[in-house]
Design a protein around this ligand. Structure first.
Ligand code: B1M
Length: 227
């Protein structure tokens, strides 16, 4: 049952179907549950949110990426899938949130300059909030100087940067350099992630940590908090 629902969520992300009223790419789908109805059902059945995110939503997006690469999908298809994931994450958010009175710490999250991909960053933000951190989301396509200004103003313990494009990854390094030049580097731990990023790349630009996925990002922040 669990695996069936997760497979259906994945399929509906691939089809870019937000609700049962959406057509999708194949005939006869109208009226069948879409990503949001299936996510609601999965939540009601007590399926682990981590599985809904990793095996349903993210797995669907991976297929969308492969289809785009194979020129089977175009930008509007990616956007439809992104909308389905965003709507499902809104439903999941209350189930991931902790109501701790005192936040464990403050994190600024952002997608770097030139990069419009924000789904992964949004998931990281939601999971960090769920783990008890206060999170300020700067958005996407954010320049190094804007990030430095936000660090100066907000004084967070952590900065999380996301990049999905090989062409925007270097802006992570540029941002760390700008933070160092501003004299703020010792006051903030920096973690990076996103499909284009690796542990080796994170080390090469002098980040303090690398998150392979949203849950890993929380683990890294927790372990850096303790160190
Ligand atoms: Co674009 N796109 N896209 N795209 N897109 C990719 C990234 C691509 C791999 C597709 C492909 O060709 N296979 C490819 C990049 C190739 C490369 O650079 N190597 C690509 C391209 C080429 C482009 C454009 C250049 C296309 C064009 O215009 N010709 C263009 C660039 C626009 C820009 O940014 N300037 C573009 C545009 C778009 C859309 C706007 C249409 C849309 C984004 C919508 C949105 O985000 N609101 C889009 C999408 C949806 C994708 C794919 C299909 C899916 C991305 C996604 O949301 N994944 C993507 C293919 C893919 O990645 N499989 C693709 C799901 C998400 C949950 O995963 O973001 O990886 P992800 O986040 C994960 C982890 O990486 C990690 O945790 C998250 C949760 O598990 N993580 C962190 C992320 N950030 C983290 C930060 C951390 C720690 C962990 O610490 C702080």
């Amino acid at each position: 049952m669990t695996e069936d629902i997760l497979a259906l969520i994945k399929e509906n992300v691939v089809q870019g179907r937000v609700t049962q009223d959406d057509e999708g790419l194949e005939e006869g789908m109208v009226g069948q549950p879409g990503t949001t109805e299936l996510t609601e059902k999965a939540i009601a059945l007590g399926i682990d949110a981590k599985d809904i995110i990793n095996k349903g939503l993210t797995a669907g997006m991976d297929i969308v990426g492969k289809k785009y690469e194979a020129k089977e999908y175009y930008i509007p298809d990616m956007l439809a899938a992104a909308e389905a994931v965003g709507a499902a994450m809104e439903l999941l958010e209350p189930h991931l949130a902790k109501s701790d009175i005192e936040p464990k710490g403050k994190v600024i999250v952002t997608t770097v300059k030139g990069d419009l991909h924000d789904i992964g960053k949004n998931i990281v933000a939601i999971l960090l909030r769920g783990a008890g951190y206060s999170v300020k989301d700067l958005g996407n396509d954010i320049a190094p100087e804007t990030i430095v200004a936000a660090l100066r103003e907000e004084k967070p313990q952590f900065l999380g940067m996301s990049a999905l494009l090989t062409s925007t990854m270097p802006h992570m390094g540029d941002t760390i350099q700008a933070i160092t030049e501003s004299g703020l580097r010792d006051s903030v731990k920096i973690i990076v992630g996103g499909a284009a990023v690796s542990k080796e790349f994170a080390e090469s630009i002098g980040a303090d940590g690398y998150g392979a996925d949203g849950f890993d990002a929380v683990r890294v922040v927790e372990s850096l908090s303790a160190s």
